[in-house]
Design a protein around this ligand. Structure first.
Ligand code: ZN
Ligand code: ZN
Length: 144
């Protein structure tokens, strides 16, 4: 997809990121649900997240390995980032995408599906990973 921009509802946080793929992941974990107010839909920005306006930016350290960036003025959930900034996932909702880019997006994966509430489900064909699956993948990709 290339370089994209994103911002919060009030504009006090603006960022840029480079997205390689048109793939959206839904995290069904209870932390993401509570934090985002819904389902956390995100795109992989790897280590390309660059903050252009940090006026409203705050981070909440939600685990030993991850923190959540949000705007403390308007409350928008913006991105999940590893503690050392090696990896970021930006929320679909905060991105400013062209219509052409929006049309190419696909929901390709759902993670922490064992944590999903029972009253809804996506009809998309996705790769569905449980929390245990995700932890296994993380362990394989994280040296040490
Ligand atoms: Zn804001
Ligand atoms: Zn989650």
């Amino acid at each position: 997809m290339g370089k994209v921009t994103g911002k919060c509802l009030c504009g006090d946080v603006e960022f840029e990121a480079t997205l390689e793929k048109y793939e959206v992941t839904a995290c069904q974990c209870s932390m993401c649900r509570r934090w985002s107010g819904g389902i956390f839909l995100s795109l992989d920005a790897k280590n390309t997240l660059s903050i252009k306006n940090a006026t409203g930016l705050k981070f909440y350290q939600s685990s030993d390995w991850g923190k959540r960036g949000f705007c403390h003025n308007c409350g928008t959930s913006l991105f999940w980032q590893t503690t050392g900034n090696e990896q970021a996932y930006v929320t679909y909702s905060s991105l400013e995408l062209s219509d052409a880019d929006k049309q190419r997006l696909k929901l390709t994966a759902e993670i922490f599906v064992d944590d999903q509430p029972e009253f809804y489900c996506f009809s998309n064909q996705t790769q569905r990973l449980t929390g245990e699956d995700v932890m296994k993948l993380l362990a394989e990709h994280t040296p040490g």
